[in-house]
Design a protein. Structure first.
Length: 164
């Protein structure tokens, strides 16, 4: 099979994972498995959260697809596993590092997308319970948050100009 097909499968899996993250977050984390997700909305002391169990829920299928695919020369399975793993790395960097600052990297930004992403997630966390949530996705941000971020950046830029 052509390498481009495997690359396409990796990319398609990555984008499909955004839907899976949204679906899982909305219907599983804020539903059946709220017990594990609750401490993510209602902070408890300590570095780790029960919510971190979801890392395993997504990492295990990725690992199995890669491992079993390599054992059986099934590179479609390997490509799917790699797509899931790449999404997991992006999720970790965006959610745990950038948004929640569990690690003190990527603190400040003047990028419209990242500001919109942070605002959408902040709106999601304004609800402490499992009901009435909004913005369940991770990487896809509703347009209204781009508009807000662009306005904030424009105001910040004009403020800098007027202070000079």
């Amino acid at each position: 099979m052509n390498i481009l097909i495997y690359i396409f499968i990796v990319i398609a899996t990555f984008f499909f994972m955004e839907f899976m993250a949204w679906f899982t977050h909305k219907y599983i984390m804020h539903g059946l498995m709220w017990y594990f997700h609750k401490d993510h909305h209602q902070a408890e002391p300590g570095f780790f959260e029960k919510n971190d169990v979801f890392f395993l829920i997504f990492a295990i299928p990725s690992w199995l697809c890669i491992m079993l695919g390599m054992m059986n020369a099934n590179y479609i399975s390997v490509s799917i596993g790699i797509g899931i793993a790449i999404y997991g790395v992006c999720y970790f960097l965006v959610h745990d590092v950038f948004i929640h600052q569990r690690f003190k990297w990527l603190r400040n930004t003047n990028n419209t997308y990242f500001m919109a992403l942070r605002k959408a997630h902040k709106i999601h966390h304004k609800h402490l319970g499992k009901e009435e949530g909004e913005c369940f996705g991770m990487l896809v941000v509703p347009p209204k948050y781009y508009k807000e971020a662009f306005k904030a950046l424009s105001a910040k830029a004009s403020q800098k100009k007027s202070s000079k």
